[in-house]
Design a protein around this ligand. Sequence first.
Ligand code: ADP
Ligand code: ZN
Ligand code: ZN
Length: 729
Amino acid sequence: MKAAGIIINHEALATDRIYTYGIPEKMNLRIGQKVRIPFGSGNRKLDGFVVALHDDENLAYDMTKMKEIFSADPEVYFEEKDLPLMDEIRKSYMATYLDVIKLMIPRGILQGMKHKMSENLYTITTLAPKHQKSPYMEIYTKVDQHPGKFIKADLVRQGFSMSSVNTLIRHGYMAVLSEKDYRYNVEEYENYEERTLNEEQRTAVETIDKKDGTYLLHGITGSGKTEVFMELIRRGLQRGEDAIVLLPEISLTPQMIERFKGRFGKEITIFHSRLSDGERYDEWHRVRAGKVKIAIGARSALFLPFKNLKMVIVDEEHETTYKSEMSPKYNAKEVARLMMEKNGGRLVLASATPSVESYYQAKEKKLSLVRLTRRATEGELPKMEVVDMREELLSGNRTIFSRVLMKKMEEVLERKEQMILFLNRRGFSTFVSCRSCGYVFKCGNCDISMTYHKDNSLICHQCGARKYLPKTCPSCQSKYIKQFGTGTEKVEEAIRKMFPEAKVMRMDRDTTKHKAAYENMYQNFKNNDCDILIGTQMISKGLDFKDVTLVGILAADLSLNLPDFRSSEKTFQLITQVAGRAGRGDKKGEVVIQTYSPEHFAVEYAKTHDYEGFYEKEILMREALKNPPFTKIFHMVFTSEDEKLLREKVMEIGEHLRNYLKKYDTIILLGPSPCMISKIKNSYRWQIILKGDFSPDSQESIRLFVQNEMKSVYKAIKVSLDINPNSMM
Ligand code: ADP
Ligand code: ZN
Ligand code: ZN
């Protein structure tokens, strides 16, 4: 008897291994098939996936005791050639076997989803004279003109009788064909005409098209990166190659979709988190059947089953959404690189503000840098103005809007142009600062802002340092020390009061819960049915409207003072990206940045559009504080409903781990400390942070060490492990 290695569809650490089952005599099994198997002492029926096939001589143990597979689903969900990649993902991101399989298969498979079938009508031969009369003629003509478009019920709904339809089928004039009905509606889009590439764009295309490898396309906002992507894809298509374009969820805007569908038509699939499970299932199969050559989508589109994938484009590569926050906590950029190195193909990372990590790789010659330095249209980069909010306070202005911004808003309304007001609120913010001099309370060890707690203390959530909040500012002795924060709703309220005539829209998570809401707002703004758009990150990118001439960044400090080593980088990126929304047509754009720290280098370099200057300064800080890209961060979050037990146990683990790590002289341990978000749904949260040069092997041994330490409390305390997380809240 032959045997198969099976991963069981069961969510428990104890079952996270490959089980061996016998293959029944007549069953022809392939890797990647889904099977039913008996499991455990009660022989419960469970699903599993085949990941290995053995001939009996390979197996050391008694085959007669082996349980047999019940049945197999004929569909193959992944191929043998995918296995090395899957295993690499599992090890690199400390995931389970099952988690990785779930990446590769359409959601819905595990719920037993099936194809929806449709019984479509087709014509076969022309009508014989005796049937060339009403209503047969009408029915026949309809079906003949729209082959496969109608089912019987459609014709009945149009007023024909079922018996006349059946007569035509019985005589062999028409036939019913049972076909897969794709749930995704294939809308028609207006053609998006090709542009003649300018010289920079052409050079970029030639460079990337010439040979396989990883590229960083650093192109300023409005430099026409999309056109470069499209030309690269067009050339690939001619060679019979498939391509994937990854976009951050928030820039999967109708505009982007319009452009790609308008250029490539039906050969494309749009694959994002708003699709239903049924739609995902169908799209996955459309790709598998080779009906689709291009996918545009969020991170998960990377795992669509293309046959000849030779290019992955990652737009806005600096965005954090490429790192998954659910297990497997993979980084899509890293996985895409692995894929392209294995398949032989091109990975293009593109951004106006590359991540510090990617730019560092370019400097180190680990990837090739390609630049676009000019806007593709006649326009120039917008004029930037920084307003010092401390001075506003000094002169008695306590509102959210500086006088400069107020004046410019009036002018824009008068000229009947549009503006965007941006509040860069990421997560939540609880830093404390002085309104009078801009001083921010920071940790002396970590150079990140400390977080305010209700008992009037300040905590560093990276290293655990704690101090009491003084009554006056340590820098200028003023009493204006306060928690910082304002919301989009408040901004909207203020705007409506100031400009009752203006048409205002607010775009944030609350107002765009529904699929259609976003689209509506987008259309309204496009049709100039809105003067002022207020929003968060959601509006910071992707939007390309020619009448936006003013962008107001209301509080740059909100992202500047996040307790995160990436806060300067995030701020520089946000300012540059939102600013990029202004002046994209032939009218000049202006940007007003309001801040309490106008002298901060992230603000200063953003003001002069100087990415290189920003990078040079930032990379020095990264090196000094041993942050990525100079190290990796291994983040462990422990959670429990029992606060005391959690604190004591994590302290103990911390101590043991510190000893254990002595054999790796490059790894530093920070904490244990309470997480910035110290409690979620009654669960308390503590963390340990490791910084160092990890290999998949050292990661693995640390993981096993920690899991072993937790054996006695595995029910009371949970741990979640992450490599290079987006944030450590
Ligand atoms: P980016 O993504 O780099 O910010 P886009 O790809 O959105 O910029 O391009 C900005 C604008 O320039 C778009 O309206 C686009 O249609 C236009 N554009 C791009 N390339 C060209 C070109 N070669 N000639 C004319 N217009 C172009
Ligand atoms: Zn002060
Ligand atoms: Zn600290």
